[in-house]
Design a protein around this ligand. Structure first.
Ligand code: IFM
Length: 465
C-alpha cells in the first residue's frame, strides 16, 4: 500500500490502495426502497402514518411505492453485481415480520428477505442486515413507541426471529441505524416520525433504543450471528475558535449529544456524566435502571460509522436551544466556508478522517466500518447518462480521507456508499437523490450514474487512481 501525506491523499494527487480484504459495498433501508406497503401482511409503520400527516413531509410523498424493490430486487441485485459490490447493507421492515409489533412472526414477511439473501449470495455479495432503520410498527407507537421500555424487548424478539430464519446465511448483523435520529429527530425536533416534540420523551427514547441495541445484540449472538454491530451517525464537532474555552465547551456539549451519548454506553459501559445531567434536567433519569448500562455494553464486533458532514459551533449568549439538541441553549451552529450538497450539508472530508482517528484513539478495541457516506445532488438525466461529477468528487474526497485515517492507524474494515439507489429521503420525499443509480419514479427505470461506473472501478482496483 502506498502511504502518502494526508494533504496529497485528500487532494487527489496520488494513487491509493486500500488494505487487502477491505470490504466495499452500498447501503439502503427498507422504507426508503421497498414499496409494497400493504403486501403480504405488512402493517403500517410510523413512517406510513407520518408521511400521510399533512405538512410533515415534502409534497406528501410516502414510501408506498418507493423503488418497488420488493418486486424488483433481482434487477437490483444484478446492478449490485455489475458494480462489483462485496457487501450489501439493507434493513428489515419490522411491520412485515411482526405485523402487530410484538406478536407472532409473519413468515411471508421473512420470505422476502430469505429470497433477497439467496439472490445476493448467488451473486457473491455478502448480506449485512440492519434490524431497525426507523420503520417502527405504528401499533407499537400507539403503546408509546420508543418511550415504552417494552419496545426494547420487542426489538430483541425481532432479532431472535430474524436470525433464526436468516442466520445460517447472514454473517453480519446491525442492531440499530442512527439512534440519534430515531431519538432526537423523532421525539424532540419532530421532523421525523413519530413527530413528537418532547425533550423528555427523546431522552427516554434514546435510552430504550440503546437498551434495545444491547438486548438485540445478545439475541443475535444467542442465535449464532457471527458479526454483531451498531451503526451511529457520528459528527466531527469543531469549535469555531479552538482557543476560546467557551467555544470548546460548546463543541464538547454537542459532541456529547451527537456522539458520546451513544458511543460511551455501547463501548465503555456507561453514559457520560454530562449527558446523565441532561437526562436529569429533562426529568428522564428514571428510565435508566440498575443493570441497563451493562446490557447496552454487550460486546460488538464492528462499529458502523455513518458520516456526511462535520459541525462547527460557537458559544453565543442568548442563542435558543436547537430543537434536535435539547439543552443546547447558548450554542450556535456556524456556517462553514465550504461547498454544500443539495441537502445544504457542508462537504469537508477532513471531518471523516478526524472522526475515524478520534474513534480509533478513544475506542481502540472496536473495528470500524463506514456504513454510510454519500451526497445528494440535483442530478440531470441527459439521454442515457447522469454526469454526476460532483458526487464523484464527494466520494473521492471521502475515500481519500478514509485512507488517510487507515494510514494514521484507524482499524477501518470497509466502506459502504449511501446509497445504491435514489430513494425516499424521509422528510424530503423523493426530492433529494443520493443514489449511485438513478431511479425514474414514473417508470422505475434504473440508470447507473457516472458515479456508479466510477465506484465500480474503485472497487475493482481496491483503491483510487
Ligand atoms: O437517507 C438517510 C439514511 O436513511 C440514514 N442516514 C442518512 C441518509 C441521508 O440522509
Amino acid at each position: 500500500m502506498t502511504i502518502t501525506s494526508t494533504q496529497e491523499q485528500l487532494t487527489g494527487t496520488d494513487e491509493l490502495r486500500f488494505p487487502a480484504g477491505f470490504r466495499w459495498g452500498a447501503a439502503t433501508a427498507s422504507y426508503q426502497i421497498e414499496g409494497a406497503a400493504t403486501e403480504d401482511g405488512r402493517t403500517p409503520s410510523i413512517w406510513d402514518v407520518f408521511s400521510r400527516t399533512p405538512g410533515k413531509v415534502f409534497e406528501g410523498h410516502s414510501g408506498d411505492v418507493a423503488c418497488e424493490h420488493y418486486h424488483r430486487y433481482r434487477e437490483d441485485v444484478a446492478l449490485m453485481a455489475q458494480l462489483g459490490l462485496g457487501v450489501y447493507r439493507f434493513s428489515l421492515a419490522w411491520p412485515r415480520i411482526k405485523p402487530d409489533g410484538s406478536g407472532p412472526v409473519n413468515q411471508r414477511g421473512l420470505d422476502f428477505y430469505d429470497r433477497l439473501v439467496d439472490e445476493l449470495l448467488g451473486h457473491g455479495i455478502d448480506p449485512m442486515i440492519t434490524l431497525y432503520h426507523w420503520d417502527l410498527p405504528q401499533v407499537l407507537e400507539e403503546r408509546g413507541g420508543w418511550t415504552n421500555r417494552d419496545t426494547a424487548h420487542y426489538l430483541a424478539d425481532l432479532a431472535t426471529a430474524a436470525v433464526a430464519r436468516l442466520g445460517d446465511r447472514v454473517a453480519t448483523w446491525t442492531t440499530l441505524n442512527e439512534p440519534w435520529c430515531s431519538g432526537f429527530l423523532g421525539y424532540a425536533s419532530g421532523v421525523h416520525a413519530p413527530g413528537r416534540q418532547e425533550p423528555k420523551a427523546a431522552f427516554e427514547a434514546v435510552h430504550h433504543l440503546m437498551l434495545g441495541h444491547g438486548l438485540a445484540a445478545r439475541a443475535l449472538r444467542a442465535g449464532g450471528a457471527r458479526e454483531v454491530s451498531l451503526t451511529l451517525n457520528l459528527t466531527d464537532v469543531r469549535p469555531a475558535n479552538p482557543a476560546d474555552p467557551h467555544d470548546l465547551a460548546a463543541a464538547r456539549h454537542i459532541d456529547g449529544l451527537q456522539n458520546r451519548l451513544f458511543l460511551d454506553p455501547a463501548l465503555r459501559g456507561h453514559y457520560p456524566p454530562d449527558m446523565l445531567a441532561l437526562f436529569e434536567r429533562f426529568g428522564a433519569a428514571g428510565v435508566i435502571r440498575p443493570g441497563d448500562e451493562a446490557v447496552i455494553a454487550a460486546p460488538i464486533d464492528l462499529l458502523g460509522v455513518n458520516y456526511y458532514q462535520p459541525a462547527l459551533v460557537r458559544a453565543r449568549v442568548g442563542t435558543p436551544s436547537s430543537a434536535a439538541h435539547p439543552g443546547s441553549e447558548g450554542i450556535e451552529f456556524v456556517d462553514q466556508a465550504v461547498p454544500v450538497t443539495a441537502m445544504d450539508w457542508p462537504v469537508d472530508p477532513t471531518g471523516l478522517s478526524d472522526l475515524l482517528l478520534r474513534l480509533a484513539a478513544d475506542y481502540p478495541e472496536t473495528p470500524l466500518m463506514v456504513t454510510e457516506n454519500g451526497a445528494a445532488y440535483d442530478d440531470v438525466v441527459e439521454g442515457d447518462r447522469v454526469a454526476d461529477a460532483d458526487r464523484i468528487g464527494y466520494l473521492d474526497g471521502h475515500l481519500r480521507a478514509a485512507h488517510a485515517a487507515i494510514a494514521g492507524g484507524a482499524d477501518l474494515r470497509g466502506y459502504l456508499a449511501w446509497s445504491l439507489l435514489d430513494n425516499y429521503e424521509w422528510g424530503y420525499g423523493y426530492g433529494k437523490r443520493f443514489g449511485l443509480v438513478h431511479v425514474d419514479y414514473d417508470t422505475q427505470r434504473r440508470l447507473p450514474k457516472d458515479s456508479a461506473r466510477w465506484y465500480a472501478e474503485v472497487i475493482g482496483r481496491n483503491g483510487l487512481a
